[in-house]
Design a protein around this ligand. Structure first.
Ligand code: IPM
Ligand code: MN
Length: 353
């Protein structure tokens, strides 16, 4: 197969982890006889420095031309400490999601046999956890208008908005995923307080009869926050709005032992983007110490979701498991033994594909 992949390394550790994913993707292409064309483009603080815009039109064109986008991370502390900054790197990520129509963010949480003991949670609670969030990604309080401040600057407001259509397309993806998995769907909302959540619940209730094989549970987000670490095996597929999904997926990453490990896919009707759930980790930028596995596993999701190449995806997850079992890992998950550099982990994985 011939594949065009847009590479958006972004900020902080983004370029280092993307470089490792490229090594692994190339090794997979060689092994399975695929031809891959990469096209790189700037995004985030890197793009602001070059063009003044965190998601330049040229970058958008590169994404539109590609079959899939592989994305690193966005964010730079020089903007975090300046709440008055006019342009922020994160705006690039949000603009990219919106303009590419990436309305569904698929974030799996699973455990690695060789790492379960690293989780701060008790072993019997997390062994064998296998759940997946479908986080709505282009709506809700992240994008709702009006937003901003009053004239005096003494009051600020954001607006949470959802249309039935936005809820329906995300929920359908969740139902379909549940049908292929353990057939349990949890709708996470705050329907006891929020009008938007009541529309979520009503919409999901209306769709449920179309998926009679899927059991649907409705749970308030605060209760999910608790049960997710108390008994995560209670969940299979969870669907939720943008902000709740942002928060809960960070929480869920603790189950797997390190945030550096978790991949995600952001899917739309026409475009697909793959990114680790971690941020730009500026303290580690350029030090060759960041964990590249979240990005490498995102590349595995790319083979599966963008090209329907499951064997290729499995080749990557298998070699990742092997590296974990053999301790070829970066310092965040190394114990006792030697910690490997980001680039060494990438080299090892590519050589072992
Ligand atoms: C994520 C990130 C982003 C989000 C930030 C960087 C805007 O936390 O992808 O989860 O809130 O969606
Ligand atoms: Mn987040």
């Amino acid at each position: 197969m011939e594949m065009n992949i847009a590479l958006l390394p972004g900020d902080g550790i983004g370029p280092e982890v993307i470089a490792q994913a490229v090594k692994v993707v190339n090794a997979v292409a060689k092994k399975f006889g695929h031809t891959i064309h990469f096209e790189e483009a700037p995004v985030g603080a890197a793009a602001i420095d070059l063009t003044g815009n965190p998601y330049p039109d040229e970058t958008h064109e590169v994404c539109l031309r590609a079959d899939a986008v592989l994305f690193g991370a966005i964010g730079d502390p020089k903007y975090d400490n300046d709440p008055k900054a006019k342009v922020r790197p994160e705006q690039g990520l949000l603009a990219m999601r919106k303009k590419l129509g990436l309305f569904a963010n698929v974030r799996p949480t699973f455990t690695f046999p060789s790492l379960v003991h690293k989780s701060p949670l008790k072993l019997d609670r997390i062994e064998g956890v296998d759940l997946v969030f479908f986080r709505e990604l282009t709506g809700g309080i992240y994008f709702g208008e009006p937003r901003g401040r009053n004239e005096q600057g003494t009051k600020a407001f954001d607006t949470n908005v959802y249309s039935k259509e936005e809820i329906t397309r995300l929920a359908r993806m969740g139902f379909e995923a549940a049908q292929k998995r353990r057939k349990l769907l949890t709708c996470v909302d705050k329907a006891n307080v929020l009008a938007t959540s009541r529309l979520w619940r009503e919409t999901v209730q209306e769709l449920a009869p179309e998926y009679p094989d899927v059991k649907v549970e409705y749970e308030f987000v605060d209760a999910v926050a608790m049960r997710l670490i108390q008994w995560p095996k209670a969940y299979d597929v969870l669907i939720t709005e943008n902000l709740f999904g942002d928060i809960l997926t960070d929480e869920a990453s603790v189950i797997s032992g390190s945030m550096g490990l978790m991949p995600s896919a952001s899917l739309g009707t026409d475009n697909k983007l793959f990114e680790p759930i971690h941020g730009s980790y500026p303290q580690a930028a350029g030090k060759d110490i960041a964990n590249p596995l979240g990005t490498i596993l995102s590349a595995a999701m790319m083979f599966e979701y963008a090209f329907d190449l499951r064997e290729e995806a499995k080749a990557i997850s298998d070699v990742v498991n092997k590296s974990l079992a053999e301790g070829i890992v970066t310092e965040d998950i190394a114990e006792g033994g030697k910690a490997y550099k980001t680039s060494e982990v990438g080299d090892w994985l590519a050589a072992n594909i």
